[in-house]
Design a protein around this ligand. Structure first.
Ligand code: ACO
Length: 165
């Protein structure tokens, strides 16, 4: 398995993974905006064990993190934001999400001087909450009522990046 920066040519595959794994989906141009505006922040996990039989075979993307810098932070503090993270079912519990997140967080701090990273997660998303809270060390900032289109609440979470900066 290889973790590398997301390239514009990965976007259709990342979009496919996003549609498969999450109900929050985005137009192609939004992925492109992330890749062009903050090229150091979004990463993909690629299954390198799959043989490339023809030059047209695209390496299988089994996970991604789509991330950005907050453009107009309401608190005035430079910080990053995780727009979306997912790993295909076939490749879960291998540590891929943790690696994707750590790479992106490091780049936020080192390349953009981010003081912290923020994200939203469904209150019912046990797996992601374990990852963010227990493995990575995020803390709950607040609950955002009816944040999602189906009415579910979100935890607004954040993690300090001063250890990396
Ligand atoms: N149950 C409990 N804890 C879990 C689970 C689970 N099913 N999956 C991961 N974790 C926690 C554990 O603490 C785990 O550490 P451990 O394996 O040492 O116990 C830790 O997370 C790291 O696990 P990874 O293997 O790195 O996580 P994985 O690659 O499996 O991906 C993810 C986790 C991204 C949440 C995956 O389950 C997924 O894609 N789910 C669907 C999409 C999703 O919910 N994305 C997050 C939405 S929020 C957002 O995008 C900002």
């Amino acid at each position: 398995m290889d973790i590398r920066l997301m390239k514009p040519s990965d976007i259709p595959h990342v979009q496919q993974a996003n549609i498969t794994n999450l109900p929050e989906n985005y137009f192609c141009k939004y992925y492109l905006y992330h890749a062009m505006a903050w090229p150091q922040l979004s990463y993909v996990a690629v299954d390198t064990s799959r043989p490339q039989k023809t030059p047209y075979d695209y390496p299988k993307i089994v996970g991604y993190v789509l991330a950005k810098m907050e453009e107009d932070p309401s608190d005035g503090i430079t910080h990053g934001h995780i727009t979306s993270l997912s790993v295909m079912r076939t490749h879960r519990r291998l540590g891929l999400a943790e690696k994707l997140m750590r790479q992106s967080q490091r780049a936020m701090a080192e390349s953009y001087g981010a003081h912290y990273v923020s994200l939203h997660v469904r209150v019912s998303n046990i797996a992601a909450l374990h990852l963010y809270r227990d493995t990575l060390g995020f803390t709950n900032d607040k609950i955002e009522s009816k944040y999602y289109a189906d009415g579910e609440d979100a935890y607004s979470m954040r993690m300090d990046l001063s250890d990396i900066r």
